[in-house]
Design a protein around this ligand. Structure first.
Ligand SMILES: [Ca+2]
Ligand SMILES: [Ca+2]
Ligand SMILES: [Ca+2]
Length: 377
């Protein structure tokens, strides 16, 4: 799929502007905004480092420059190597397609020599296009590679845990409270009353179906009195859907867009103080129409669901999903919260987490029965 940054609705990717680059509405290539830098002095430079979407293979972008020829210039760098230089009067021009070859960041830099300024003395960037491979295998994360009590970040959430999250909002934490399967770590909200979520971006799928899985542990008081978000799916033009815990019903509903209007509501009432597994499937065709499905497993390792619902054909806003947010609710009075584990997204039904299948509960049996159990277990 293509990941497009057109600067029209905020930046969709983490970046470091050093306080020098920002949205510019005087000279966009498309729409209302492009990206440019504040005026800089002779011998200074303005550098913008942009994070590449996970797995992106190529980048192409539009640029314009108005500067002193040769001496004041825009440069574009991948892995520290200059790939493009532009100076003088350059109207909006599309770059070549550059191979990212595993690069996780790219750099745009406008720099000036020791004297003379010409024209508007600036560089402009718009309509950056990344080619991102479609999601052909699941992204999963069991959080077990983290450190209890520390913040979950994009930098520490991968490795032994699985696929790193590509965006973090608020204060999610690794926790060893209520470990799923008896050991390892889970995710919780580090700050009562504040929303927090851990996200995967760049979720292009080959077909029209996107599957999600979350293991959930509802701890403490029965709440919440108002709708609380469990998940959100975002497309290129806005929120596709949110999954909410109903107000006092303890049932999850899948809503159309960012509001709480249900496309479908589950029948299962969420139990307190035990792990459950929830799976979802969104089917969205090129016209934005499709169904949502939700499976509830009160035994999180079971292959047999306790509840299944499917929505009518729904007109989904926002476009094809490309970001999945997993939200961690925690009551402002700290009376209750939920924990999450074994998060996954993929192109096919996900099922129980593979890492837990081998952790078969071991029954304590008397010696006389042990031989029979060993033969038949
Ligand atoms: Ca634009
Ligand atoms: Ca100059
Ligand atoms: Ca875990």
């Amino acid at each position: 799929m293509l990941w497009v940054e057109d600067f029209e609705s905020g930046l969709g990717l983490p970046s470091d502007e050093g306080g020098l680059w920002g949205f510019n509405n005087t000279n966009p290539h498309s729409g209302t905004y492009c990206y440019s830098h504040v005026p800089i002095a002779d011998s200074q430079s303005a550098t913008w480092t942009l994070t590449v979407p996970p797995g992106a293979t190529t980048i192409q972008f539009w640029h314009a420059v108005s500067s002193e020829p040769t001496h004041d210039k825009l440069e574009f760098l991948i892995n520290g190597v200059v790939k493009l230089t532009a100076h003088g009067t350059v109207p909006w021009t599309q770059s070549a397609v550059f191979n990212l070859a595993g690069a996780t960041q790219v750099v745009f830099r406008y720099s000036k020599d020791s004297s003379v300024s010409t024209g508007s003395d600036a560089a402009y960037i718009d309509d950056i296009v990344f080619q991102v491979p479609d999601l052909t295998s699941p992204r999963t994360n069991n959080l077990n590679g983290g450190t209890n009590g520390t913040a979950i970040t994009t930098g520490n959430s991968g490795g032994a845990s699985g696929s790193p999250f590509t965006n973090v909002v608020g204060s999610p934490q690794f926790s060893n409270a209520n470990p799923f399967g008896g050991s390892g770590l889970v995710a919780t909200n580090g700050v009562a009353g504040a929303d927090t979520h851990i996200d995967w971006q760049a979720l292009g799928t080959v077909g029209d179906a996107l599957y999600l899985r979350v293991y959930l542990y509802w701890a403490g008081a029965i709440g919440p009195a108002t709708f609380k978000p469990l998940m959100a799916l975002l497309g290129p033009t806005g929120v596709v859907s949110k999954v909410w815990m109903g107000n006092s019903t303890l049932k999850f509903r899948i809503a159309t867009g960012g509001g709480t209007t249900a496309a479908v509501t589950g029948n299962a009432v969420m139990p307190v103080n035990q792990w459950v597994r929830l799976e979802f499937c969104y089917t969205i065709d090129s016209a934005g129409n499709g169904t949502s499905e939700m499976w509830t497993y009160l035994d999180p390792e079971s292959a047999a669901h306790d509840d299944y619902v499917i929505s009518p054909i729904t007109a989904w806003p926002g476009g094809k999903p490309r970001t999945a947010e997993f939200h961690l609710w925690r009551d402002s009075g700290d009376a209750g919260r939920w924990y999450m584990d074994e998060l996954a997204v993929g192109p096919d039904k996900l099922g129980p987490a593979p890492s837990t299948v081998s952790r078969r509960p071991r029954a304590t049996v008397g010696a006389s029965r042990a031989a029979h159990r060993a033969a038949t277990w």
